[in-house]
Design a binder for this molecule. Structure first.
Ligand code: PEP
Ligand code: MG
Length: 841
């Protein structure tokens, strides 16, 4: 018989059925059979059998039929390896024909029998014989009349009577389901969900429990948790006199499972079956080690379990369910960790557009910072501040943002820019602040001067119009769609504490301000891995001294203006040290080109002339003289430190004085100081000599000792190549993979957004390399840098502080090449902690 072959298998506790050969549904049904649950007789067809069927080679269909009770009806359901890959719809009531209609009419009544037959004729016609569904448009609702009409419609269209042989019906159903799986559209759809080219389909043939007839009959689904929250709650639907998943589409006709004031429930209609169902569900949870949704049928009061599928769950529910399974001792903690997708945590850390919200899409760009926010459009940073002052949420819309927009960005609820990529200014700041942000929305038109924004489909939006930025998907939406709130609860914290116990790579946060540092602590970062100090200079009270310093004619004048900034910087650092309570704080010395601090428009030039008491023409001339063609590769980073050393001197002094201030009543603080954009050993030597001198001076003045660690950012290709000699002067190397990506590809961080989506769509790049580390190219340099750096100095600390530090795939690479810790935006710290734990398990 065919049942001796592994390809057509009667599901028994001992049969050989496996997910990779028969699919997940077949395997799950076998587990239910092993638990002794009331599962109707089931036969599983393997992937190879189904593939053969698609090519025209049928298995022994009569043999399959012989495994079932004479005269029973059958259903066939798909069983792919991963249920998410989809599959053809189930076909119920196979075997129904004129003779069985008569038999069944005696047993369950003519109307119920006619319903079943009619439904089968229509399903078979549309999905198996592929007749036009319109032929059934005018069929009567009434069971018996409708049945006659359906049979006639079939006969007219197919030019033959409805097939009466159960064997032929089953063969045709198997063939059509097998072919549907092999179709191009179905293949492309499942490949988009991650299925391999050759993903197989199994089929299960199961005896029907009818759900229609005398006594309490019906069908439904039940699960023990709420899919949205993950909390324990019996949920599902039940519909009397129904089959399959009708209860789910049954609308108001469907009943609640538990006693409910709104109407009768399954618990009242069939208390014994309900109690049994709950007991089975609990057993399934325990033994299948998963929250399942049970598909069941009640036939004259008797319960049948047809199927179990993994209960659907929101990210929030996924966390709660995993933690509960581990706390109940059903799965080990490390498995709970593996079951939560780190990417999905984003949704717990930010407000999101609800899944079922209506989306009126105005345009799309690069999803640069996740979360969603609604507000009125404003086109300038000043308007954003004014809006915030009125207590009105606003969305800051700019062609791109510049450091001078920072206050407006703080005031806005979200940011939208025409230009830019994953590591441009708006994106980095947005992520740092946890502010939803979309950049590079180049297909929309940004008439910022005229205060108009034109959607991709030509709709014109003005200042004050309400839009929503969905920074998770990258969509710009009209109006205010429904949102779901962020949910970081105790359960989330529990999961995170388990993650920390597993992982073997550190996670710090990139934090520039006390507020960022506080967020970093809230997310349990192990210190600050990158403090971009330049962000401290855009406060109003610092900008003017900063500009005076930039225009200073001599080192002496420069020092004098920097002296005004020194106490503010000292206060900044003291505050950071205080918040971080002894955790490491890595401060990067000033990095951007100085002209970023100068005004770009006439009004700004006039303001600056007034503040510095200079003629506008002179200010304009000097601003222009400082312009660079390619500022990202120009006078910035350590190049400034070498040629305008007073800035680094001031910063080093502020750091050391803050170190002593913050160490006064606690454990001594050991600051980390980092030099950006290094490409040559000599740069480090020069800066290090001066910083050591400042340290000596502060020790002398204060009569107190302290230590500090000096490190280098490896963010130019040359720094990676020459890491061995550079490491001799550094306690640590931190790979700035943003600049390193920019320089390795020769791809501007600020302009890449224009063509990045096309490049990814065309498959030129698999992913945006500013988002997911390019392990082949940029990663190769990181790997070399780590190896050479370690060769140059034993025990040197290695880290990655570019945006990639918060990306799970990139973290895997960092860990593999021996990086000690990653540092990322505070809001991505939990994602990094979980990813790191999963890698270590
Ligand atoms: C980097 O380049 O990766 C980095 C962390 O520094 P920034 O983004 O400030 O240039
Ligand atoms: Mg950099």
């Amino acid at each position: 018989t065919p049942f001796d072959t592994p390809d057509v298998t009667l599901i028994t506790p001992t049969a050989t059925v496996a997910t990779p050969t028969h699919g997940g549904r077949a395997k799950c049904l076998q587990r239910l059979v092993r638990l002794n649950l009331p599962v109707p007789q089931t036969v599983a067809l393997s992937f190879s059998t189904v593939h053969q069927i698609a090519t025209g080679v049928l298995p022994d269909v009569d043999g399959i039929l012989q495994r079932f009770k004479d005269g029973c009806l059958l259903c066939v359901r798909p069983s792919s390896e991963d249920p998410d890959w989809g599959g053809p719809g189930a076909v119920l009531n196979i075997g129904m024909n004129d003779a069985r209609f008569v038999e069944l009419s005696d047993r369950i009544g003519a109307d119920a029998a006619a319903q079943i037959y009619k439904r089968f004729v229509q399903t078979y016609a549309i999905h198996v014989a592929r007749l036009d569904p319109d032929i059934f448009d005018d069929i009567a609702d009434d069971g018996q009349i409708g049945l006659g009409q359906s049979l006639r419609a079939y006969e007219d269209e197919a030019e033959e009577g409805f097939p009466q042989s159960p064997a032929r019906q089953l063969a045709e159903v198997l063939r059509s389901m097998a072919r549907a799986w092999e179709g191009t559209t179905a293949r492309l759809l499942r490949q988009a969900k991650g299925a391999p080219m050759d993903a197989g389909l199994g089929l299960v043939v199961q005896e029907m429990a009818l759900g229609l007839g005398q006594g309490e009959c019906g069908s439904g689904v039940l699960q023990l948790v709420n899919s949205r929250t993950g909390e324990n709650q019996i949920t599902g639907r039940y519909l009397s006199q129904s089959q399959g998943r009708e209860a789910l589409d049954g609308g108001t006709r469907a009943l609640f499972l538990e006693r409910d004031p709104r109407g009768p429930s399954l618990e009242e209609l069939a208390p014994e079956a309900f109690a049994e169902l709950n007991a089975h569900a609990a057993l399934m949870r325990q033994r299948l080690r998963e929250e399942m949704q049970i598909e069941f049928t009640i036939e004259n009061g008797e319960l049948h379990i047809l199927d179990g599928v993994r209960a659907k769950r929101s990210p929030q529910a996924a966390v709660r369910i995993s933690v509960a399974l581990a706390e109940d001792g059903i799965i080990p903690r490390h498995e709970a960790l593996l079951r939560v997708d780190p990417h999905a945590l984003t949704e717990l850390l930010h407000r999101q557009v609800a899944d079922d919200a209506d989306r009126d899409v105005l345009g799309a760009g690069i999803a640069a910072s996740p979360g969603a926010a609604t507000g009125r459009i404003v086109f300038t940073a000043a308007d954003a501040q004014a809006s915030a002052a009125r207590g009105e949420a606003c969305i800051l819309v700019r062609r791109e943002t510049a450091p001078e927009d920072i206050r407006g960005m703080h005031a806005a609820s979200a940011i939208l820019t025409e230009r830019g990529g994953m590591t441009s200014h708006a994106a980095v700041i947005g992520r740092g602040m946890g502010l939803p942000c979309i950049v590079g929305a180049a297909r929309m038109k940004f008439h910022v001067q005229r205060k108009k924004l034109i959607s991709e489909d030509g709709r014109s939006l003005s200042e004050g119009d309400i839009i929503t930025i969905d920074g998770t998907s990258g969509q710009i939406l009209a109006g205010a769609p429904k949102m779901v709130e962020a949910a970081q609860d105790d359960v989330f914290r529990t999961l995170m504490s388990w993650a920390d116990a597993e992982r073997d790579i550190g996670v710090r946060a990139n934090a520039d301000t006390p507020a960022d540092a506080q967020t970093a602590r809230n997310f349990d970062a192990q210190g600050i891995g990158l403090c971009r100090t330049e962000h401290m200079f855009f406060e109003e009270d610092r900008l003017t001294p900063m500009r005076e310093m930039i225009f200073a004619n001599s080192a002496q004048d420069r020092k004098a203006t920097l002296a005004l900034i020194l106490p503010m910087q000292r206060a900044d650092f003291t505050e950071l040290f205080r918040i971080m309570q002894g955790q490491p704080v890595c401060i990067r010395l000033f990095d951007p080109p100085l002209h970023e601090f100068l005004p770009h428009d006439r009004a700004g030039l006039r303001d600056m002339a007034e503040a510095l008491d200079m003629p506008v023409s002179e200010v304009t001339r000097r601003v222009e003289s400082m312009g660079e063609y390619n500022p990202m590769l120009g006078m910035r980073g350590v190049r400034l430190g070498v040629t305008v050393p007073e800035i680094y001197d001031m910063q080093a002094r502020a750091i050391f004085e803050a170190t002593l201030d913050a160490s006064r009543d606690g454990a001594p603080v050991v600051p980390e100081i980092m030099i950006p954009l290094v490409s040559a050993k000599r740069e480090v030597e020069i800066v290090r000599t001066r910083i050591d001198a400042v340290a000596a001076a502060v020790r002398n003045e204060r009569g107190k000792d302290f230590t500090y660690r000096l490190g280098v950012m490896a963010e130019t290709p040359r720094a990676c190549l020459r890491a061995e000699e550079i490491a001799q002067h550094a306690h640590f190397l931190s790979f700035g993979t943003n600049d390193l990506t920019q320089m390795t590809y020769g791809l501007s961080r600020d302009d890449a957004g224009r063509f990045m989506s096309d490049y990814v769509k065309l498959g030129v790049f698999n992913e945006d390399p500013f988002h997911v580390l390019d392990t082949d190219g940029v990663g190769e340099l990181v790997k070399l840098g780590v190896q050479r750096g370690r060769a140059g100095r034993e025990g040197i600390t290695m880290s990655v502080c570019g945006e990639h530090g918060g990306n799970p795939e990139s973290i895997a690479f960092c860990r593999a090449v021996g990086v000690d810790y990653v540092s990322c935006s505070p809001f991505r710290v939990p994602i990094a902690r979980l990813s790191a734990a999963q890698l270590a398990i």
